[in-house]
Design a protein around this ligand. Structure first.
Ligand code: 3PG
Ligand code: MG
Length: 402
């Protein structure tokens, strides 16, 4: 990380005992739609090193985060209540939960904190100012938030690409440092944009080409191989002249994909077979079909076994550095999880230094029961890690530099 950015150790060296330290975390964890339970707590565990260090040093730790995309007003389905419970379990100490973000409850909760105790504020996005495009509106909210701390730690790597009050404006108002997670994420990702050991192989999946276009453009000149699966592969298959049935297709991106395929000649690997189903459903009838033979009434929901074998070979023996973002298929449905599992296993078995980027791919690694230790680094940031690799200025990082 840039030498001008101070980190948690600098703050700890100053002494934080009795000081209120406002920590921006990304506790935006997936919740079960039916039960509301946390289905993957990876992002909560990822901030424990920072929180633990502050607790041990006797700080009054005030944690804030967003969850989901509420529309600037309280919305119970996006409450951080379950996160407070889980955070307390993982810390081994109760977490005091404020029923609002900067209001009476937050102020009273923070005022009552003893040294070494932790409070969590309610969802930042229950306040319009958090995500406002209006600098004054964001600034006014940032003033209220900053009043709850004496120093600010950004450990929300998953949100550093957002120009939001808690990420961008609060650090302008308080002494600020990068937390352990942000530091580690940036260190790892900077090795990928610097001079990665070759061959450097990138695997991209997920549903939309349009989301990945900028990163493909940025990576194409630097990678040795680019493997493409997931919903976005169908727009590429269409660009190759194949019919894709009722699979996901971004019609307005076909020409762009054709152009990318020309420029990436010899580097881009596309599926040679796919799992095609009657419907988008866990129990839908399905078959493996060649990528150039998807029946017109069928929807491709995963890459096929021959593709997995080809991708796995490229990853297991053909790579020294790997970056993977985006599932290869609808891995939440067992019938269409084979591609994601196959790719994840090949990455785990590879000797290469591997980075898994993105909430979905990281959740896939854990939900498929793979050992996280077999991966070099599992990023907590999806959009953030992609924007970092694109070479964009990330508002949350830029704010720490000032
Ligand atoms: C994420 O999950 O992508 C991060 O938490 C950022 O959330 P956002 O995309 O809603 O800003
Ligand atoms: Mg996102």
């Amino acid at each position: 990380m840039s030498a001008t950015i101070r980190n948690l150790d600098d703050l700890l060296a100053e002494g934080v005992s009795g000081r209120r330290v406002l920590v921006r975390a990304d506790l935006n964890v997936p919740l079960d739609k039916q039960t509301g339970e946390i289905t993957d707590d990876g992002r909560i565990r990822a901030v424990l090193p920072t929180l633990g260090a502050l607790v041990s040093a006797g700080a009054k730790v005030v944690v804030c985060s967003h969850l989901g995309r509420p529309k600037g007003a309280p919305d119970p389905q996006f409450s951080l209540t379950p996160v407070a419970g889980r955070l307390g379990e993982l810390l081994g100490a109760p977490v005091h939960f404020a029923a609002d973000t900067v209001g009476e409850s937050a102020q009273a909760t923070v005022a009552a904190l003893a040294d070494g105790e932790v409070a969590l504020l309610e969802n930042l996005r229950f306040n319009k100012g958090e995500t406002s495009k209006d600098d004054a509106e964001r600034g006014a909210f940032a003033d209220q938030l900053a009043a709850l701390g004496d120093a600010y730690v950004d450990d929300a790597f998953g949100a550093v690409h957002r120009k939001h009050a808690s990420v961008f404006d609060v650090p302008a108002r308080l002494p600020h440092v990068a937390g352990r997670l942000v530091l580690r994420e940036v260190e790892v990702l900077s090795t990928l944009t610097g001079s990665p050991e070759r061959p450097y192989v990138v695997v991209l999946g997920g549903s939309k080409v349009s989301d990945k276009l900028a990163v493909i453009e940025a990576l194409l000149p630097t990678v040795d191989r680019l493997l493409i699966g997931g919903g976005m592969c169908f727009t590429f298959l269409k660009a190759q002249g194949h019919e894709v049935g009722t699979s996901l297709l971004e019609k307005d991106m076909v020409d762009t994909c054709r152009n990318l395929l020309e420029r990436g000649e010899g580097k881009i690997m596309l599926p040679v077979d796919v799992v095609a189903a009657d419907a988008f459903a866990p129990d839908a009838a399905h078959d493996v079909v060649p990528a150039d033979g998807i029946p017109s009434h069928r929807v491709g929901l995963d890459i096929g076994p021959e593709t997995v074998a080809g991708f796995a070979a490229a990853l297991r023996t053909g790579a020294r550095t790997i970056f993977w973002n985006g599932p290869m298929g609808v891995f939440e449905m067992a019938a269409f999880a084979g591609g994601t599992r196959g790719v994840a296993e090949a990455i785990a078995e590879s000797e290469a230094f591997s980075v898994v980027g993105g909430g979905d791919s990281a959740a896939a690694v854990r939900s498929l029961g793979l050992d996280e230790k077999s991966f070099g680094h599992i990023s907590t940031g999806g959009g953030a890690s992609l924007e970092y690799l694109e070479g964009k200025t990330l508002p949350g990082i830029a704010a720490l530099e000032n």
